[in-house]
Design a protein around this ligand. Structure first.
Ligand code: MF3
Ligand code: CO
Ligand code: CO
Length: 274
């Protein structure tokens, strides 16, 4: 989600505190979204076009009588975002075929009974460069570093601090113009979740009952990005360096964070990319 400093209109709704019953709705939506990722994962291989991944997402979601959240969202034309190599986020599926050596992020969001679930993974297509593999590994690990920084009654800024320090220690830059977001009956709501220690997050408190995404985007070069002026969506690194991202939807329980968008089939905390 576009960070407020970079011109996005302010988020609707102050961060909702969900009841246990609402938590069940959130769990079900994220669970479906995670199963959709399980379905898509084996198809993300060399030779497959991003359009065909979009088709799979659309059909699986509709077959289960749910709604692809991206389709028509602020005019977005497809059901999924597919972001290859220097594309940071919001890549639009087209007739581009994935090829050996690419890295590609697949970002899925579904609406189930009015509740949203949102997650993404970056995939290695065949053998990739050592640098690409390291970027993907550090980005994956940074997501968990961020999730482990979530403390009930702690600060949102601690998530960004933890991710930023981890990324920089490993030689990568953190995108600032896009951030995580509250999620629930809206796709994007409060709290905004920057992945660096942003001033605006200093006073934002993490409360039990909140639900939000953590979705760090790390770049091999500059943190700066450019928005494609032709399609109005595709975000690329300003220096065309590689970018990777992982995302989960997180519910804050009294005793800590619960990752909602994960099944036993997805890459677990500590996963090593080969
Ligand atoms: N799923 C993205 C996010 O993590 C948002 C995509 S909006 C779209 O917030 F319109 F580009 F699909
Ligand atoms: Co997403
Ligand atoms: Co998101």
């Amino acid at each position: 989600m576009r960070a407020p400093e970079s011109g996005r209109k302010t988020l609707p709704k102050k961060a909702p505190i969900h009841t246990e019953e609402q938590r069940d709705g959130l769990r079900a939506a994220s669970r479906f979204n995670a199963e959709l990722m399980d379905f898509v994962r084996p198809h993300v291989v060399a030779g497959v076009t991003t359009e065909s991944i979009d088709q799979l997402v659309y059909e699986y979601t509709c077959d289960h009588h749910h709604t692809p959240a991206c389709l028509g969202y602020e005019g977005y034309p497809k059901s999924v975002c597919t972001s290859i190599n220097e594309v940071v986020c919001h890549g639009i599926p087209d007739n581009t075929a994935l090829k050996e050596g690419d890295i590609v992020n697949v970002d899925l969001t579904t609406i189930v009974d009015g509740w949203y679930g949102d997650q993404s993974e970056t995939f290695l297509i065949g053998e990739v460069s050592d640098k690409a593999k390291r970027l993907v590994q550090v980005t994956f690990d940074s997501l968990y570093v961020g999730i482990r920084a979530i403390k009930p009654n702690g600060k949102i800024i601690d998530i960004g601090k933890a991710i930023y320090d981890y990324a920089r220690k490993h030689g990568f830059e953190v995108v600032r113009e896009y951030q995580g977001h509250g999620i629930g009956r809206e796709f994007h709501q409060e709290p905004g979740v920057p992945h660096f220690p942003a001033r605006g997050a200093e006073r934002s408190v993490i409360r039990p009952g909140m639900c939000f995404t953590v979705e760090p985007m790390l770049n091999a070069g500059t943190w700066k990005t450019n928005l494609d002026s032709r399609d109005g969506w595709t975000v690329r690194t300003a220096d065309m360096s590689l970018s990777a991202q992982f995302e989960h939807t997180i519910f804050v329980n009294e005793d800590g964070p619960e990752i909602l968008t994960l099944t036993e089939n997805g890459p677990q905390e500590g996963h090593k990319f080969k």
